[in-house]
Ligand binder design. Sequence first.
Ligand code: X2X
Length: 340
Amino acid sequence: MTTASRLTRFAAALAGAAVLTASLSVSFSAQARELSVSTVLSDAFPWGQAAEKWAELVEERTEGRLTLRVYPNSQLVAGDQTREFSAMRSGLIDMAVGSTINWSPQVPELNLFSLPFFMPDEAAVDAVTGGEAGEMIFAAIESRGVVPLAWGENGFRQVSNSRGPISEPGDLDGLKIRVVGSPLFQDTFNALGADPTQMSWTDAQPALTTGAVDGQENPLSVFDVARIDQAGQEYLTLWNYMNDPLIFAVNQRIWDSLDEVDREILRETAIEAGEWEIAMTREEESERLAAIQARGVQVTELTEEQHRAFVNATASVHDKWTARIGKELVDAASAAIENR
Ligand code: X2X
């Protein structure tokens, strides 16, 4: 072989290697990075739709660099929604659109939203989440290894049962009520004379159907989509006793591994998806109520005096839990609500 032909072959090999390297790097950068997103409710509900919307916007804006794969029905935590935050913190789950209630066992500050009769209306919720109190809550989440990005909303929670109308605390006397996984709910329903029992959403539906429990509390969208009335819940009281916001969040190490551009995209799309979902949830409330009534559910609205009786009966819960949530945060939220 002449020197010239040897050189030619060498050059060809080099060129081949360069092509190979280029094609490898092309296929590597074109490879979407898939991130898991946990939710409790599926996309039959506004909550699941919020996560799907987020995924859609991220796919579009990162031009396929990031793919969010939504896992509904608490499947990544084997049905136990109170483990979602820990799973996200440890990296078992990359991201979540989760309820403040379900994360409150790990982030006590989130019990703020579950204080009974604390949040009078939607403007109050917005004043809290959009102001100083909201920043304090996000800082509390961040200090526990999870990066919060945006707010959504499951909605104002209403109480239902299979026994009879509830218009005063005495009507809850002895009723077995399924509650979600924070001890605060135990205190609230005990204060009202009910018999609360804590269980996951996965377990709640069969418990309602079989009559193992008499009642439950959830927003109208959940009551409507899950057809809770078909599980014998014929009496529904609109008492707006708490609002249940959702939070879009990411595991800290995943966040740290992303570049500035993708972080910004994740944040802005979470905010957009959250605003879209909050508006939709609120707009649909009256249609949902009409649909529930049309299916034969007896709906009770409280007079001001009846409302006051519930507030008074649960005042001790407010005092006890203010200490756990932090007085500074409760005060900041109270001020935001007053000045809304
Ligand atoms: O379990 C519930 O009641 C639900 C679906 O509303 C939450 O995850 C807080």
